[in-house]
Design a protein around this ligand. Structure first.
Ligand SMILES: *Cc1c(COP(=O)(O)O)cnc(C)c1O
Length: 237
């Protein structure tokens, strides 16, 4: 399949899943996770109308984004973020989807004020660790609920949603209850948000499980391999 065909197939499958789901047909945002893929592939995908790209290594994004400055790609940072990288990433990214501490949110807010004082609050998503897996980043659901008012108090950032990377199962069907809990958490927080319309993304679903995630309420999927093909084995996963 060509890139065009893969993109069309994902969009069709996403819409079909939304149609089947009890939440009905709705816009499903697609973030193309371009880690380990070339600037050429990224540009090709952009030409096909996909404008949101996700990267999860700061170094890689710092290398690629400057080579794409003639096109309006919206870079989403989706990886574990060391706070000393924020300064360099901030001017390049349209959203940081993997915020997992109040300290990181404050750091982003502070640096926005210092480096980009005229920029509107930086969109961020809170990363939730559903499986409470030690090795994975993200905040446990209970802590997200506790800290939510603090995240909202930070004027330099705007919490636009929740992001999760679920535990790995051979059978993605097993993720359904996890996705369901995420949707419930998302709905509860939406009620508490000072600007509920800005809190609109439930980012869950990757190549293997995006249809199940959409059936359970996701409205933002992050797709790597199903779009770009397998990552070269040198990629650090
Ligand atoms: C790599 C990655 C994805 C995409 O995974 P695929 O299985 O290739 O679709 C999504 N989200 C994050 C945070 C990732 O690191």
């Amino acid at each position: 399949m060509t890139l065009r065909e893969r993109l069309a197939s994902i969009q069709e499958r996403a819409q079909a899943a939304a149609h089947r789901s009890r939440f009905g047909v709705r816009p499903i945002d697609l973030i193309a996770v371009s880690k380990a893929h070339s600037v050429t592939s990224i540009r090709n995908l952009y030409e096909l109308g996909c404008v949101k790209m996700g990267e999860n290594y700061a170094q890689e994004l710092l290398g690629k984004a400057p080579l794409c400055q003639d096109v309006e790609i919206q870079w989403h940072f989706v990886g574990q973020l060391q706070s000393n990288k924020v300064r360099h990433l901030l001017p390049l990214v349209s959203s940081i989807d993997s915020v997992d501490s109040i300290e990181l949110a404050r750091k982003i807010a502070r640096l926005r004020e210092k480096l980009q004082p005229t920029r509107p609050p930086v969109p961020i998503m809170l990363q939730v660790n559903l499986g409470n897996e030690r090795q994975k980043s993200g905040l446990p659901p209970k802590i997200v609920e506790e800290l939510f008012p603090k995240f909202m108090e930070e004027n330099g950032v705007m919490v636009t949603g929740l992001m999760t990377i679920p535990p790995f199962y051979k059978d993605p069907e097993k993720l359904r209850p996890h996705f369901k809990l995420m949707k419930e958490l998302f709905d509860r927080l939406k009620e508490k948000h000072s600007m509920p319309r800005n809190f609109r993304y439930l980012s869950m679903g990757m190549s293997r499980d995006f249809e199940i995630a959409i059936e359970e309420g996701s409205n933002c999927i992050r797709i790597g391999e199903a779009l770009f093909g397998p990552r070269p084995s040198t990629a650090q996963d």
